[in-house]
Design a protein around this ligand. Structure first.
Ligand code: 5AD
Ligand code: FES
Length: 354
C-alpha cells in the first residue's frame, strides 16, 4: 500500500494497522500531505460544513500542585508570578465574552486546591444562572469522582483533560512519580461515564516521544472516543527541566490533525494556541488540515502573560475583542466562518447513523 491508499483506507475504515500508521507518519511527502489535508477537509465539511466553533478560554488560576516537567506553571517554577481570579472577575470575563458573542466558556486552571468542590460548583452555577444558553467546559485536572459529579450537577457540560501520552514509560519521562497515567485515564473514563462531553489529547514532539508513542495515543483515543481532541506541538519553557529541549514539529502536528479528522469524523478538533505560537499561520493551517475549533483567550490582559505554559505564547497582549476580530479575519482568510452557538460535538449523532 502507498500513502494515498493508506489515506483512502483511513477515510473508509476510520482505522489503520499499526504498521500502516507508522509508514504514514514517517514517510508522507508533500504530495501525500496535501492529499491527506484535502480528504480531511472533505470529511470535516461533510460533518460540520464551513463552521468553525469558538470557545472563550478563561485562565482563572495559574497555581498548580503538580510538577509536570514540561509545564511553565509547575509548582517548582519559582519564577512564575502566581494569580487567582475571584468569582467576580471570572463572571466579568464570561460577561465580556457573552457580549462578544461567545456561547461557550472554558474555565481552565492549574490544579489549585483553593477551588474546592463547592467553590467551583458555585462559580459554575452562577455562570449558568447568568447565561443559561451557554455551555460550560471545565479544565482543572485530576479530581475526585465526587467533585466531577458535583460540577456536572452544577451545570458543567464538558471537561478537557489531555491524557498527554498513553504509554507508561513515556508518561514517566514527562511527569514526577507522584502522578500516574492509570489515574489520568481513570479520570477520563469517569468523566465520560458522568455524561460530560470529554476532551483528551496530547503534545506532539514532547521529549522522548516516539512514533510508536503517537500510535499508542491514537489507539487510546479510539478506545476512549472523546468528543474533543486537543493536540499541539510541545514548546519549551525556559524555567522548566525541559527548557533546552527542542520544540515539537509543526509538520507532524498538522499531519496528526489530518489523521485525527479521518479517524474521528465528528470530533471537535481545535487549532490550538501552541500551533499558532510555533508558526504565525499555524492555526489557519490547522483549520486547513481538518481542525474546526478555536479557543481565543478571554482572560484579563493583566494576567495573560502569567499563564505561560511555554515560551512566547501568543495573544498575551491583546484584549478579548481584539482576539475575536483577529480570529474572525484568520478564519475568513481560509474560507471558513465562525459560528457562535454552543458548538456541540456531532460524535453521538454520527455514531447512531453509522
Ligand atoms: N508546550 C506545549 N503544550 C503544553 N502544555 C503544557 N505545557 C506545554 C508546553 N510546554 C499543554 C498540555 C496541557 C495543556 C493545557 O497545555 O498538554 O494539557
Ligand atoms: Fe488573539 Fe489573534 S487570536 S490576537
Amino acid at each position: 500500500m502507498n500513502n494515498r491508499e493508506r489515506i483512502d483506507q483511513l477515510k473508509k475504515e476510520k482505522t489503520l494497522s499499526k504498521n500502516d500508521l507508522h509508514k504514514l507518519l514517517t514517510t508522507a511527502d508533500d504530495a501525500d500531505r496535501e492529499y491527506l489535508f484535502a480528504v480531511a477537509r472533505e470529511v470535516r465539511e461533510a460533518v460540520y460544513g464551513k463552521a468553525v466553533y469558538v470557545r472563550g478560554l478563561i485562565e482563572f488560576t495559574n497555581i498548580c500542585r503538580n510538577d509536570c516537567y514540561y509545564c511553565g506553571i509547575r509548582k517548582s517554577n519559582q519564577k512564575a508570578e502566581r494569580y487567582r481570579l475571584t468569582k467576580e472577575q471570572i463572571l466579568a470575563c464570561a460577561g465580556d465574552g457573552y457580549e462578544l458573542g461567545f456561547r461557550t466558556f472554558v474555565l481552565q486552571g492549574g490544579e489549585d486546591p483553593y477551588y474546592t468542590r463547592e467553590r467551583l460548583a458555585d462559580i459554575v452555577r452562577s455562570i449558568k444562572e447568568n447565561y443559561p444558553d451557554c455551555a460550560i467546559t471545565l479544565s482543572v485536572g485530576e479530581r475526585d469522582r465526587e467533585d466531577y459529579v458535583c460540577w456536572r450537577e452544577a451545570g458543567a457540560d464538558r471537561y478537557l483533560l489531555r491524557h498527554e501520552t498513553a504509554e507508561e514509560d513515556h508518561y514517566r519521562r514527562l511527569h514526577p512519580s507522584a502522578m500516574s497515567l492509570a489515574r489520568r485515564k481513570e479520570c477520563l473514563y469517569t468523566l465520560r461515564e458522568l455524561g460530560y462531553q470529554v476532551g483528551a489529547g496530547f503534545m506532539v514532539g514532547s521529549p522522548g516521544q516516539t512514533v510508536d508513542n503517537l500510535i499508542a495515543d491514537l489507539h487510546f483515543l479510539q478506545d476512549l472516543r472523546p468528543h474533543m481532541i486537543g493536540i499541539g506541538p510541545f514548546l519549551a519553557h525556559q524555567d522548566t527541566p525541559f527548557g533546552s529541549e527542542p520544540d515539537g514539529s509543526y509538520e507532524m502536528t498538522l499531519l496528526l490533525l489530518g489523521i485525527l479528522r479521518l479517524m474521528f469524523p465528528g470530533v471537535l478538533l481545535p487549532a490550538t494556541t501552541a500551533l499558532g505560537t510555533i508558526a504565525p499561520d499555524g492555526r489557519e493551517k490547522g483549520l486547513l488540515a481538518g481542525a474546526n475549533v478555536l479557543m481565543p483567550n478571554l482572560s484579563p490582559v493583566a494576567v495573560r502573560k502569567k499563564y505561560e505554559l511555554y515560551d512566547n505564547k501568543i495573544c498575551t497582549g491583546e484584549e478579548s475583542a481584539q482576539c475575536r476580530d483577529c480570529l474572525a479575519r484568520r478564519v475568513e482568510s481560509v474560507g471558513y466562518e465562525i459560528v457562535t452557538d454552543r458548538g456541540d460535538s456531532r460524535v453521538e449523532v454520527l455514531r447512531e447513523t453509522d
